[in-house]
Write a protein that binds this ligand. Structure first.
Ligand code: B12
Length: 296
């Protein structure tokens, strides 16, 4: 990233508002941004721009995940394909990002690999760049929308698995505007042969319940992105359990708050939580197997 862009991003009201409203932004980012304003003097004396970015990112990651620096080195680096994809999006070239992904799939990379090793880490990186004021809200919206577009281009590969007769309803909880994570989860179930009914973001509880009944679903996947989505998730689970027609459905929850507190799913009455789409499949199939063997 060039200093010119940084100076522009420092002046951006939306980014500043974002910085101001997020409690886990360490104060030293402010000085990092000040350094960026004077790259010729202070910037050169102390740190390169990339160092500032890496340190800020590592600090945010470390604070959020409570993990060691060594582990962060692994998580912080994108695979070459993911880096190319991110670079293309940051240049505003979503057609190039799309080609990178489609060519990778055509030459043997699995769609699951693309989801787990390109889309997910790139969106996490975008979140961090946004959080440390290196990427504007508009750029984040562009990158997210482009990723959803490119996910759709992969659907011919996703819907060609033989069906297993099971049905999943997948939704973000009321108030949660994040939809890519739960969409990925639904797509992994689709690739595993499930019929999936993906509701997207911010679905009202009554609609989730009527959909479960209409679709005769045996699994409900509920996504929360922020800690303020936990209470709505608890309320949704209670409403599902209180309805005689849906009370026995298996409910999985997931999203960042459940990855930070591994026992949280128990406290809100779910049947389990998984940290990503890959794990969600394994867990769901294990629960289904256990239920079938308990009936037999
Ligand atoms: C894109 C984005 C948005 C977009 C979403 C658009 C859309 N159409 O989806 C918009 C602009 C709406 C948005 C808004 C906000 N966002 Co936002 N957003 C992001 C961003 C950059 C990417 C989200 C994403 O798609 N991630 C990729 C997916 C694949 O990952 P995932 O969601 O974790 O999902 C995986 C797992 O968690 C798991 N999983 C998820 N759900 C489920 C469900 C089940 C059942 C299971 C088993 C597993 C599972 O599997 C998924 C696939 O492997 C993240 C950064 C990040 N780290 O994710 C911030 C981020 C989540 N947002 C954040 C914030 C703060 C906000 C806002 C409050 C900002 C604001 N001031 O307005 C609002 C809140 C809106 C709301 N009410 O929900 C913070 C949250 C910080 C925190 N500590 O809580 C993040 C982390 C950014 C950051 N670095 O600070 N955001």
């Amino acid at each position: 990233m060039h200093h010119k862009n940084l100076a522009l991003s420092v002046g951006q009201p939306a980014s500043q508002q974002y910085i101001g409203t997020t409690s886990d932004i360490p104060g030293q980012y402010q000085s990092a941004r000040n350094l960026d304003n004077y790259p010729g003097e202070l910037g050169q004396c102390f740190m390169t721009e990339q160092t500032i970015h890496n340190q800020a990112r590592d600090d945010v990651l470390q604070k959020r995940r409570g993990t060691s620096k060594a582990k962060l080195q692994e998580c912080g680096h994108l695979d070459p394909l993911a880096q190319q994809y991110l670079d293309a999006l940051r240049r505003g070239e979503r057609h190039v990002a799309s080609l990178i992904v489609l060519q990778a799939v055509e030459t043997g990379t699995s769609v699951k690999d693309i989801y787990m090793n390109v889309f997910q880490p790139v969106l996490y990186e975008i979140g961090l760049l946004w959080q440390i004021n290196r990427l504007s809200v508009a750029e984040e919206h562009y990158c997210t929308a482009a990723t959803q577009l490119i996910m759709s281009q992969l659907y011919p590969y996703i819907f060609d698995t033989p069906r297993n007769g099971r049905t999943l309803v997948a939704t973000s909880v009321a108030g949660n505007l994040h939809e890519v994570g739960i969409r990925m989860v639904a797509d992994f179930f689709e690739m595993d042969g499930w019929n999936t009914y993906y509701l997207g973001a911010n679905t009202p509880n009554a609609d989730v319940i009527s959909t479960i009944i209409e679709r005769k679903a045996e699994l409900l996947a509920v996504s929360a992105a922020l800690s303020c989505h936990i209470e709505p998730a608890r309320e949704l689970i209670e409403a599902v359990r209180d309805n005689a027609e849906t009370s026995k459905i298996t409910i999985l929850v997931g999203g960042p708050p459940f990855n930070r507190d591994l026992d949280l799913w128990k406290e809100i009455g779910a049947d389990g939580a998984a940290c990503d789409a890959q794990e969600a499949i394994a867990l769901a199939n294990q629960i289904v197997k256990e239920r079938l063997s308990s009936i037999a």
